[in-house]
Design a protein around this ligand. Structure first.
Ligand SMILES: NC(=O)c1ccc[n+]([C@@H]2O[C@H](COP(=O)([O-])OP(=O)(O)OC[C@H]3O[C@@H](n4cnc5c(N)ncnc54)[C@H](O)[C@@H]3O)[C@@H](O)[C@H]2O)c1
Length: 449
């Protein structure tokens, strides 16, 4: 099948690469000329494990190409996937301007029947708007061309997007025509061999499924963060509680890790958008509001703890804090809504100096804080820790797990580590000579041997 992907970001580029890997002929289009030039020069504009290899292989085999030319791209392809951004508006609703612009560009260049599929996470009902926009544009151009629309929400996780895309848990399609259904079954046939993973439903339910899935996952995170806060107060250890409840097959271990709050380009905006949809329809989104409120508090947790720790030694002003990990989660360079941004801003406001390091997100963080003088952008976690008063772990990159902590301690002024992801064993860290402060780990544990 000849497939056009609109948007070469985390979703579009991965989807395009995986479709081409399965044998489809894929064109990826972006309005960002710089991105397309880079991709044509073999430079991958985002970090996603395994992506570069697949892109290079399929580009070489001529199954994958990149363009900014809407006319040629729309004309020669059979199915068009929309993978453009859907950020939040100020009122929390989903900003549909990118999708609407893409729809108009499709309509202007439509030459014959196409299936137009939306993968962007968007306000429930968006696809009907897209259909109307395209119809209106075709009428104004005096064109009579048939087309169908379909919803196909994306569930990939940054950091393991290739595996998620090649071996999806499920493929949700929202359709209202048999033709659209057949085309989507053809597109996904290679992903659907071992067992039928396609779940077919109406368009509105498909759009809603994506929001409900993200809301559920965010709820588990906020739930565990609240449990961690209670644990700390009553001297229970959330690490033990997590294992105790995760082993229940009705609960499972996924998304049960307390931490510094969820971030990324999806959960925060999708929770807001779902709450907005609820309110618009006279439903009070009590749970969704609580999930967001807990998360906002959690993002301040580490900064409050660091301030509290230094309150008897002059506060964080003039202290140097090392921050390990800046991306919103490991294995990605994405810093959108990352908890590290909150911590960095809070600590700078309080007068701290920062030494930061991330294995792949340094370019993004440098761009974000390019005017800031009190940040040193370090080459390694060791360089960041050297001469600092404290270490704060924000992203659980594997390379931070087994370090030579004895030598790190020698160059650390206050021997304290704030473990924002509960990556280290509290007693082992204590025995090494650290003051260890985790999430939902009681202070008294530091006295245990
Ligand atoms: N990132 C994720 O993990 C993830 C997972 C599931 C769903 N989603 C959803 O997928 C959508 C895309 O997310 P993303 O993270 O890939 O975004 P992104 O910002 O990484 O990439 C979007 C790309 O679309 C391009 N674009 C904007 N308008 C365009 C247009 N009119 N025509 C062609 N290209 C255009 C932008 O230049 C950009 O390169 C969002 O709705 C998001 O919520 C994201």
């Amino acid at each position: 099948m000849k497939i056009l992907i609109l948007g070469t970001g985390y979703v579009g580029l991965v989807t395009g690469a995986c479709f081409s890997e399965m044998g489809h002929l894929v064109t990826c289009l972006d309005i960002d000329e710089d991105k397309i030039n880079k991709l044509n020069d073999g430079i991958i504009p985002i970090y996603e494990p395994g992506l570069e290899e697949i892109v290079k292989r399929n580009k070489k085999n001529k199954r994958l190409q990149f363009t900014t030319d809407y006319k040629k791209a729309v004309e020669k392809n059979d199915a068009i996937f929309i993978c453009v951004p859907t950020p939040s508006n100020d009122d929390g609703s989903c900003n549909l301007s990118f999708i609407k612009k893409a729809a108009i560009s499709i309509a202007k260049n439509l030459n014959e029947y196409k299936l137009i599929i939306n993968k962007s996470t968007a306000q429930v009902g968006t696809l009907f708007e897209v259909r109307e926009i395209i119809k209106k544009e075709l009428t104004s151009l005096n064109k009579e061309i048939n087309f169908d629309v379909a919803s196909n929400p994306e569930f990939l996780k940054e950091g393991c997007a290739i595996t998620d895309c090649m071996k999806p848990d499920r493929i949700v399609i929202g359709i209202d025509s048999d033709k659209a259904k057949n085309i989507l079954y053809d597109i996904y046939s290679a992903f659907n061999i071992r067992k039928d993973k396609i779940i077919t439903m109406d368009i509105l339910s498909s759009e809603m499924t994506k929001y409900a899935a993200n809301a559920m996952l965010a709820t588990r995170i906020s739930f565990m963060n609240e449990i961690a806060t209670i644990c700390k107060k009553i001297n229970a250890n959330v690490n033990n509680v997590r294992k105790g409840i995760g082993s229940d097959s009705r609960i499972g271990y996924s998304f049960l890790y307390p931490g510094v709050g969820y971030g990324g380009s999806c959960f925060p905006k999708d929770l807001k958008a779902l709450a907005y949809i609820a309110k618009k329809n006279n439903v009070n989104p009590k749970l969704l509001n609580a999930v967001e409120e807990i998360n906002n508090d959690q993002k301040k947790y580490l900064s409050k703890n660091i301030e509290n720790y230094f309150k008897n030694t002059g506060g964080v002003k003039d202290k140097t804090i090392a921050i390990w990990g800046l991306s919103f989660k490991p294995d990605t360079d994405d810093i959108r809504e990352a908890p590290s941004l909150n911590l960095i801003k809070d600590l700078l406001k309080k007068g701290a100096t920062l030494r930061v390091f991330d294995p792949v997100a340094m370019d993004n963080i440098k761009k974000y804080f390019d005017k800031e003088k009190n940040i040193s952008f370090c080459e390694s976690e060791i360089e960041a820790a050297n001469g600092s008063h404290a270490i704060a772990l924000l992203t659980e990159w594997k390379q931070f797990r087994l370090l030579d902590f004895k030598s790190i301690l020698k160059n650390l002024k206050h021997k304290v580590i704030f473990d924002g992801r509960n990556q280290y064993h509290p007693i082992k860290m204590k025995n090494l000579g650290f003051n260890y402060i985790g999430i939902g780990v009681p202070d008294q544990i530091q006295n245990e041997k």
